[in-house]
Design a protein around this ligand. Structure first.
Ligand SMILES: [Zn+2]
Ligand SMILES: [Zn+2]
Length: 133
């Protein structure tokens, strides 16, 4: 079980499901939305995932067709995303976790969109776009 919350504490969630992967995403959408060079994302199974507090405070933004990013309507923290075509998946923004997920990022994705002012300083695999299937 790992738990997370937004900055103001209005929204809390937990995930009891399996962690599928942990990647740093360098895509334009994640960069703009996280206001950071890249966004660490933990993918978990939707089974076992629950918003435990403040569901009514969540605001969903469709950042690309079928991808709904959920924010706290009060403080603006981007907590997680759902993809309509992949209902068994929840994409947690790792920065909102309150617990250690027990694993570290495994790869960099969307490195083709990486900004020039950010250097990747580790030896993790880098992929131009998505992880290879
Ligand atoms: Zn909040
Ligand atoms: Zn991304």
């Amino acid at each position: 079980m790992i738990k997370g919350s937004c900055h103001c504490g209005a929204v809390r969630y937990e995930s009891a499901g399996k962690i599928l992967r942990f990647v740093n995403c360098h895509c334009d959408d994640c960069r703009k939305i996280s206001a950071a060079a890249c966004s660490p994302v933990v993918a978990v199974t939707s089974k076992g995932f629950a918003v435990t507090q403040g569901e009514d405070r969540l605001v969903a933004y469709e950042s690309s067709p079928g991808k709904f990013r959920n924010f706290c309507g009060n403080c603006g923290s981007h907590l997680f995303a759902r993809v309509a075509a992949q209902p068994k998946l929840i994409l947690i923004r790792a920065g909102t976790l309150d617990d250690d997920p027990g694993i570290k990022p495994q790869a960099h994705i969307w490195v083709s969109a990486k900004v020039a002012w950010h250097d990747i300083c580790d030896d993790l695999p880098q992929y131009a776009e998505w992880l290879p299937q």
